[in-house]
Design a protein. Structure first.
Length: 261
């Protein structure tokens, strides 16, 4: 059974137990080594050199075994701690419902990707996607169905990302964000349309409830070095334009115009 250490007393008891084991092993192994080297006759005369040699052998063997065992156990604990930290970091950057990056994970990864893109003089395209009439869907079918909608839309975006090498994340609520590097404005518009059509074509069902949903997409192309928050604001403005135009639309906003303003 795994010993759980949660208090100072637990730590002290655990340490005391390890010390007791080490002392017991030392006594047993020293006695065994001395008996093997010097024999079982306690009244026999032995040379001092033999005693010294036996003592050194016992010390070397005991220290090697104890140090090796403790080092191996420490290495295992460090490995488990590293894996736990990695898993916690992954969880903290992942949206639990959709499995995509959450806002924090997307922003961190996107900021690094943007720096690399601008250093290589490549354009960056940010897409903002929003599920149309999501509140009405929740009100009509319930929140479980709304969650299903988000999962299905995320699945479309994940498939697109896998084919095109796109960074995708759930940016909050019913909004999703995506980042592509090295594509033209025309390519970005076509990709956005492909995503929009793929989402509209997917029928979403739970039990007897079934419907199709649409999304609106806004995007911007950044060709000069801008921070992520600025580019996201421009993409969000494009999304507002698409919503205002009647939803189920793709719209573009110019990053340069916002910076100039």
């Amino acid at each position: 059974m795994t010993f759980q250490i949660s208090t100072r007393g637990d730590a002290l008891r655990h340490t005391a137990g390890r010390v007791a084991v080490a002392v017991s092993l030392t006594v047993v192994m020293t006695a065994a080594t001395m008996l093997l080297q010097l024999g079982t006759d306690l009244d026999a005369s032995v040379r001092v050199g033999a005693v010294i040699f036996s003592t050194i052998c016992a010390a070397v063997v005991i220290s090697a075994l104890l140090a090796g065992g403790l080092s191996f156990r420490s290495a295992l604990l460090m490995r488990d701690l590293t894996l736990a930290r990695s898993e916690l970091a992954r969880i903290s950057r992942t949206d639990q419902l959709t499995g995509l990056l959450n806002r924090r994970g997307f922003d961190e990864s996107a900021a690094l990707t943007l720096r690399s893109a601008f250093a290589a003089n490549l354009p960056a395209v940010v897409f903002m996607c929003d599920v149309d009439h999501f509140k009405s869907i929740n009100d009509r079918f319930g929140h479980a169905f709304g969650d299903k909608v988000l999962v299905e839309i995320a699945d479309v975006l994940r498939g697109f990302a896998g084919k095109k090498g796109v960074l995708v994340g759930r940016h909050g609520g019913e909004e999703f964000a995506a980042l592509m590097i090295g594509i033209t404005r025309e390519q970005a518009a076509q990709y956005a349309e492909n995503i929009r059509h793929a989402c509209a074509a997917r029928e979403i069902s739970i039990d007897d409830d079934s419907t199709r949903v649409t999304i609106s997409i806004g995007f911007t192309v950044a060709r000069e070095e801008l921070d992520l928050s600025t580019i996201m604001r421009v993409a969000d403005r494009a999304l507002y334009i698409a919503k205002h135009a009647g939803r189920n639309q793709v719209a573009r906003a110019d990053a340069a115009s916002l910076v100039a303003a």
